[in-house]
Write a protein that binds this ligand. Sequence first.
Ligand code: HDD
Length: 713
Amino acid sequence: MKNSQDEKQRDLSINKSDGTNKFLTTDQGVKINDDNNSLKAGERGPSLLEDFILREKITHFDHERIPERIVHARGSGAHGFFEVTNPIPELTKAGFLQEAGLKTPVFTRFSTVAGSRGSTDLARDVRGFSVKFYTQEGIYDFVGNNIPVFFIQDASKFPDLIHAVKPEPHNEIPQAASAHDTFWDFISLMPESMHMIMWVMSDRAIPRSYRMMEGFGVHTFRFINEAGASSFVKLHWKPKLGTHAVAWDEAQKISGKNPDFHRQDLWEAIEAGNFPEWELGVQVIPTEDENKYEFDLLDPTKLVPEELVPVTIVGRMVLNKNPDNFFAETEQIAFHPGHVVPGIDFSNDPLLQGRLFSYTDTQLSRLGSPNFHEIPINRSIAPVHNNQRDGHMRQEINKGRVSYHPNSLGGGCPYQAKISEGGFSSFEERIDAHKVRERSESFSDHFGQAKLFFNSQTPEEKSHIVKALRFELGKVETTAIRVRMLGLLSQVDAELAEKVAVGLGATVPSTLEFPVNKGVSPENEGGNQEPKTVEQAVSSSEALSMINNPTNSPTIESRRVAILCSDGVSEAAVKNIKKALKKQGAKGFVIAPHLGAVLTDNDGALKADFSFLTASSVLFDAVYVPHGLGLNLLAENDDALEYLNDAYKHCKVIGADGEASELLSATSFASKITNDDDGVIVTSEVASEAFAQEFITAMTKHRFWKREPNLYL
Ligand code: HDD
């Protein structure tokens, strides 16, 4: 296999254009002399229909929107490469996984699910994690999420799920939020969603950055090796920067201060050369182990605990180039879990099977034609030859008179590939079954893994789940829906249900009740099976907790620190912390009452990166106040104090040196600071290296959740 790392960029370059030093022209290449005035009958007269320049410009403008994605409309993407570190030829014959060091170009898109294209990045939601591999054997698409399980077990419920979570149809409210009646009405009637609900109510749903999220293929897939032997696999992406979240109050504030927070974070990291990186891991389940577990491998509401099947790392992905054009690349990219290459195949997971239909179908209305594979970002770098012809916006000029197979007039070309020549062949699974519209009994455990997830959380994380549920269900107006949800939560954990109930001023019901709707027999409500709880072989798993996650490394790379300054600030202190942060790959930003120069204690000047108004505490990972003469100005400035108050509330590191530590007594949290809060660091020295070190060590802990009232202590 050849290293094709740059091949996709070369392929894209033939479609790129740049108007620098060029004439303005019409779409037909005619040079334009006046782009400011339409052609009129007299300078004050009506415009003329013959003005082809005006007509062309307006027509193009009138049609420049395409339908947004029906889900995952809001997203951001980047180019990069995937490199094999541990080849796995014994598992799969997929060419891009065969040799150590082999690089394959990728384009990766991250997204929220429910919101529309212009919605906030910080919604409480699942995040999409899609990777298009431009392999030498054709396109392979990984189309996963940052959560390893899903809400529903059968694709036939997907339209219902999405209708329920999207803004309500009568008034189009609320945008990018699940906290409303229709979503929880549906969920309260779908006990199979309880495992996923635990994840979505956890901090996984409010990531600090796209660069700090795990990715999961969710379904069980198959790998097939050269000899035709198959194994079941689950795919994982593990972020180099660890898996981290923001606080819910912070997420809501970020949504107002900078709704592009994740998009900008990804863009700026790549522009600054802080290329985000993930490891690709596989969990391999031998075919003979298919029925070994207490859960069904085909059930997408279940994960395989890493304690039962460890994750083996096979390669790494680095994103190192921003798109040149958002629409052409990030918007027009079309992913499809059915885009696989020889060596990768599907399982019979009924959710996956439905997806295999949906993705091509949706591109037909979104991108407008079956020729969407010709759009540059979707184009394979492996040669494409077949007898598919014509259609809207066809780019390729197929030569010859033959567009059918078999043929003799074209010498039988293009000809089929033998399996030994790389021809795709599906795994020959033996199926001997009745055609039925049923769900397997092995899918009926709806609570066992919800319990596993909940039991794997730290007390802080459990407390966040309770608060998230109080928020979400608190926004639900129909009491019966809240009560039904409390019933389902009690099946996961009695204490969890009780604590949520307190927030709602409600009582946990003693029985589960599903109302029977008109015309539907009771046994068909909410699937075919009575929901069950099956005891799991693993009762708690570190990998499921973000705080205990074994892959989290103590790094502050690319983290942002707000340095609150006013005239008279100690230049040495600012430089000291900036230098120390830079050494760790992080960055300090000077925030001042106004933009322009901030005068320093030694008659120098620092450039303000932001004023108190143009940034906000929630856009930073930590706040530092250096010693200085103008501290009394900060103490009187509500905007400056809000940086500290919010940073404390969101459990971030706060540092102050010299007299700056006195500023903390002007904050709303002054009386709450305790000696054992490792996240509030004060020193009497100015510009002390030891202080900078302590500040950085505290930042590696990400957040000091113990400041919050914890419902589980
Ligand atoms: Fe889906 C988009 C992930 C179930 C139908 N899905 C979409 C995207 C991601 C996922 C990441 C955005 C791709 C991009 O960036 O362009 N979807 C998932 C995961 C699922 C899942 C991890 C469950 C395990 N999806 C699912 C089902 C169906 C769909 C069951 C339909 C039966 N998904 C779609 C879609 C979308 C889509 C309507 C909208 C835009 C697109 O495909 O290209 O076809």
